[in-house]
Structure formats: structure tokens, C-alpha cells
Design a binder for this molecule. Structure first.
Ligand code: SF4
Ligand code: SF4
Length: 213
């Protein structure tokens, strides 16, 4: 099979032509911050603006989730321009995040904490005013809780839920800053639904969807 040879952070890597840079890096143990990337989704949504990298010969950083690997490509995931953009994207997400790690079930197992560590930045925004929406928490299901105030609108739960066909309940409502994960009809999830399925909770990178136990 034809392969391309490239370098990421000085590491020589072989990949298949047209593979996506983000997945090639992750597969080879090089972590690039990401939240909205979904491996089996044909088109990346590229909405979280976290996976910036620098590619030799390119004037500006590019998002790794939209870049295809090429033979001879030289990638730097730690360049200042790329890190500055990733930090700005992260700060924007955290400006509307209900930060309360000490009382959050995801504490210690949260991708936001991991990303802050990798980017060497605070979970608290320094340059932006905090604007948390104080949305109601859906506690109606016996197995899990949906707290939209901790949601980063990555779309992982909606993608996995829709794969369940007739059983699917999750979707997005509204646009821009008001965008939220909700059920069709904006009803509570309820005590009778989702009792034999937990895919949404398993893929959530934050404390927005968490098991009660
Ligand atoms: S989702 Fe993560 S960053 Fe947010 S409060 Fe919970 S542990 Fe902290
Ligand atoms: S609930 Fe979790 S998985 Fe779903 S969009 Fe929000 S952060 Fe992503």
C-alpha cells in the first residue's frame, strides 16, 4: 500500500495518503488538543478551534482536523503562533463554562483539564469576561445528568446518539452563543428513556453528561 512519510514534532511518521493530520498525530502518540473532532464523521465540523498546528511552508497555522497528510510534510504542534490560537479558542470556550471542578463528577477525568495542562494555560479566562448562562440541569433520568452549563457543544453525544436510529433523543437547538444540546421537543430526558444506552455519557469530554453513580 502506498504511504507518505512525514515528520511531526521531529518524529518520523508513515501514514496513508489523504489521512487526516489530527488522527495521524493522535495514532502516533502526539496529542493535539481537540474536542469537536469525531473520527467516523465524514466532514469535520472544525468548530472548537483548538487543534492549530504549524506546517513548514505554510504562512499561517492550520487546523489539524482539516489538513490532509502529504509526503515530506513537516509539522510543529508546539509553535508559538499555533499555541496562541489554540489558547484563544480555549479561552473562548471557558468564558461560558460553569467552572466548578471541586464539585464536578468529571474532575480528574476531564478533557478540559487535560487541554489546559497541554496548552499551559488556566481553566479561568484571563482576557475575556465570564458569561455563564445558568441553564437548567436535566436530572430527570435515573442513570445520568445533563448539565448544559458544562457543555462545550462538541457534538460527540449527538453524533453517537443519532447512530441509535429510532431510539435517538439528542439534538442541538439554537445558534451561536445560545447553542445547546437538548432533546427533540426540548423535553427533559425523563425516567423512561435511555435506560439501556449510555453512549452519550461515554463520549462526553466534560462534566456535562455524567453518570449518577
Ligand atoms: S467539566 Fe471539567 S473543567 Fe468543567 S467543572 Fe467539570 S472537571 Fe472542571
Ligand atoms: S454534552 Fe458533552 S458530548 Fe455533548 S456536546 Fe456537550 S460537551 Fe460535547
Amino acid at each position: 500500500m502506498k504511504t507518505v512519510t512525514m515528520t511531526i514534532d521531529g518524529k518520523r511518521i508513515k501514514a496513508r495518503p489523504s489521512e487526516t493530520l489530527l488522527w495521524v498525530a493522535l495514532k502516533n502518540g502526539i496529542y493535539i488538543p481537540n474536542l469537536c473532532a469525531i473520527k467516523d464523521k465524514p466532514e469535520p465540523s472544525a468548530s472548537c478551534r483548538l487543534c492549530w498546528v504549524e506546517i513548514e511552508g505554510e504562512k499561517k497555522p492550520v487546523t489539524a482536523c482539516t489538513a490532509e497528510v502529504k509526503d515530506g510534510m513537516v509539522v510543529n504542534t508546539r509553535g508559538k503562533k499555533a499555541l496562541d490560537l489554540s489558547r484563544a479558542g480555549f479561552e473562548l470556550l471557558m468564558a461560558s463554562h460553569a467552572l466548578d471542578c471541586a464539585h464536578c463528577s468529571a474532575n480528574g477525568n476531564c478533557e478540559l483539564q487535560k487541554i489546559a495542562k497541554v496548552l499551559k494555560c488556566s481553566l479561568k479566562p484571563k482576557n475575556l469576561r465570564k458569561l455563564v448562562r445558568k441553564l437548567p440541569v436535566d436530572d430527570s433520568n435515573p442513570l445520568f445528568t445533563l448539565d448544559p452549563n458544562k457543555c462545550v457543544v462538541c457534538g460527540r453525544c449527538v453524533w453517537e446518539c443519532r447512530k441509535q436510529g429510532d431510539k435517538a433523543v439528542l439534538g442541538f437547538a439554537h445558534r451561536g452563543f445560545k447553542r445547546v444540546v437538548t432533546t427533540f421537543g426540548d423535553e427533559q430526558i425523563g425516567k423512561d428513556r435511555c435506560l439501556d444506552c449510555r453512549v452519550c455519557v461515554e463520549v462526553c469530554p466534560t462534566g456535562a453528561l455524567v453518570f449518577k453513580d
